[in-house]
Design a protein around this ligand. Structure first.
Ligand SMILES: NC(=O)c1ccc[n+]([C@@H]2O[C@H](COP(=O)([O-])OP(=O)(O)OC[C@H]3O[C@@H](n4cnc5c(N)ncnc54)[C@H](OP(=O)(O)O)[C@@H]3O)[C@@H](O)[C@H]2O)c1
Length: 282
């Protein structure tokens, strides 16, 4: 069973392998524009705010994106996805403490069956998502000729296959509603060659290509698609790298870009965001 702690306005739930009961009525596309969100923390008595699903939300940039939406969008409902249940639940609690609803959905976004289960759970609770942030990813260094097949496959699975699976699960409802936002996390390694990162670079270039197709196919369906290309950003992924923290961008800066782009009127799409440390790439 899901573990739940709740009060009138906020809830932390850890969804596990079995589908959970609906805890709230699925909402009918109440949220239509990025700019028009409901006001009032905790969303008491107001129409519900957007449902924002963030993959890879248990730490790093994904957790920062969740906190940024919690701080900036009153009434937002956060669906947080990752594999590590405890860390994910901790981030959900942090967001709830900021006055919004947040739920943890445990799953591997490179697994077709996990993504299908998470999609069913989110559907049961909130009836779909308004904003999808395909952030989950991982990095394994390796020069081309020294990269094992297993490592290459892992890079493709977590960074690229995941974007395909999760988007395929949630975008159809956006198309039916004629409204939605999709953010895909690429990297500056998805823009130019990074020797010693063969698998990662291939996967992030793949994200770039997939995003361009999404944008082309969903443009006339009311769904905005934005590809994000950060350079070195401070997160647990850089632990032990030896670089001073000041040399990397704060995850909060990258997260803020998502919120700022989302808040523009629906007449405007930001197709790409490139962010780099002011002192240059690492
Ligand atoms: N930090 C940078 O310098 C940088 C630069 C450019 C792009 N990026 C991209 O930004 C994204 C976030 O990076 P980060 O630095 O925050 O990395 P991070 O600290 O390693 O966090 C990665 C997140 O992805 C989740 N994740 C990984 N594989 C997953 C899977 N199969 N299923 C579900 N969740 C999974 C992890 O959660 P669990 O382990 O709990 O599953 C974690 O929450 C990645 O796509 C990364 O490639 C980062």
């Amino acid at each position: 069973m899901p573990r739940t702690s709740s009060n009138a306005s906020t809830t932390v739930t850890v969804a596990r392998a079995r589908p959970q009961r609906a805890l709230a009525k699925p909402r009918k596309a109440a949220h239509r524009t990025g700019a028009k969100t409901v006001s009032g923390r905790g969303n008491k008595g107001a129409s519900p705010g957007p449902v924002v699903l963030v993959t890879g939300a248990s730490q790093g940039i994904g957790a920062a994106i969740a906190r940024a939406f919690a701080d900036a969008i009153p009434g937002v409902r956060l669906a947080l996805v990752a594999r590590q249940e405890k860390k994910l639940a901790a981030v959900a609690r942090e967001c709830v403490a900021r006055g919004v609803a947040a739920r943890a959905f445990v799953g591997d976004v490179s697994s077709e069956s996990d993504v299908a289960r998470v999609a069913a759970e989110v559907q049961a609770v909130w009836g779909g998502v308004d904003v999808l942030v395909n952030n989950a990813g991982s990095f394994r260094p390796g020069r081309l000729l020294e990269t094992s097949v297993a490592d290459f496959d892992a890079m493709i699975a977590t960074n690229l296959r995941s974007v395909f699976l999760v988007t395929r699960a949630f975008a159809p409802a956006m198309v039916r509603r004629g409204c939605g936002d999709i953010f895909n996390m690429s990297s500056i390694a998805g823009l130019s060659a990074y020797p010693t990162s063969a698998g990662y670079c291939a996967a992030k270039f793949g994200v770039t290509g997939l995003s361009k197709v999404m944008r082309a196919e969903l443009r006339d369906k009311g769904v905005r698609v934005c590809t994000v290309y950060p350079g070195a950003t401070l997160s647990p992924a850089w632990e032990g790298s030896g670089f001073p923290d000041e040399r990397l961008m704060p995850a909060e800066d990258v997260a803020r870009a998502f919120v700022d782009v989302y808040r523009l009127t629906r007449r405007t799409v930001v197709e790409e965001i490139v962010l780099r440390p002011q002192a240059g790439d690492l």
